[in-house]
Every structure is written in C-alpha cells, then in structure tokens.
Design a protein. Structure first.
Length: 128
C-alpha cells in the first residue's frame, strides 16, 4: 500500500508570516437567572397587594410559590402576612403573601442585591 499525498494542513505548515489569524471572537452565553432570584424580584415588584402561590407559578414559571416565601422568612428572620384566598372554582385555597413592614422589604432588597453580586447577575433596583 502506498500513502496518498495529501495537501499540507494549516496546522502542519510553518508559515508564520501573514497566515496568522486572530482567534475567532466568541460570545459566551449569559447565565440563566436563578429561580430564587426570579421569585424574589417578583415578590418585591408585587407591591402592597402581595402575591399568591399561583402568581409565582404563572409569572415566574416555577413549580411552587410557597417554598420561596418560607425560605425568605427563614433566611432573613422576617414575618410575611398570610391571607387565605379561595380558588375561583370554590375548591381549595391559596395563600396571599405580603410584606409586613417597610423594613422587611429593605432587608429583602439588600439580600437580593447581595446574592446577585455573588452569582454575577443583575440585582434589584429600588425606587424608594
């Protein structure tokens, strides 16, 4: 068997003059925003009316709204107001959560911004 003569590949050539090309510019895809961050910023944007578990399910595309509120209470030692709301079909109920005081809201904003800095994504801009 004879070897075929193949043209030289660029990696095998020693032409260092004008053949050098800069590496291709690649843009790395940005990180996906974490679920907890989406839920917490939604909670902050809801205002005085608060949010329900269903609101978090539909607006943040998350599986449970209850866990995120409970976790905030544990981590920041705050207390959320809870109001039970009947479902429109009359079967069962969901909880409506809202912040009890302005101090709790400020603590959550600071926490969200701190976690955003740690995880390298955008924080929450407060307009207070």
């Amino acid at each position: 068997m004879q070897k075929e003569n193949r043209p030289l590949q660029a990696a095998n050539t020693d032409a260092r003059g004008s053949d050098v090309t800069p590496p291709a510019y690649t843009v790395q895809a940005s990180k996906r925003i974490p679920k907890k961050h989406r839920a917490r910023t939604y909670m902050l944007r809801c205002g005085a009316g608060g949010w329900t578990e269903n609101d978090i399910l539909s607006n943040c595309r998350l599986s449970s709204g209850r866990n995120y509120a409970s976790e905030l209470e544990r981590e920041l030692d705050i207390c959320l107001e809870r109001l039970e709301e009947k479902n429109p079909d009359g079967i069962g109920a969901h909880m409506r959560y809202r912040f009890a005081c302005r101090g709790d809201v400020l603590r959550v904003i600071q926490f969200v911004n701190h976690m955003a800095a740690v995880n390298q994504h955008h924080g929450f801009l407060s307009r207070m």
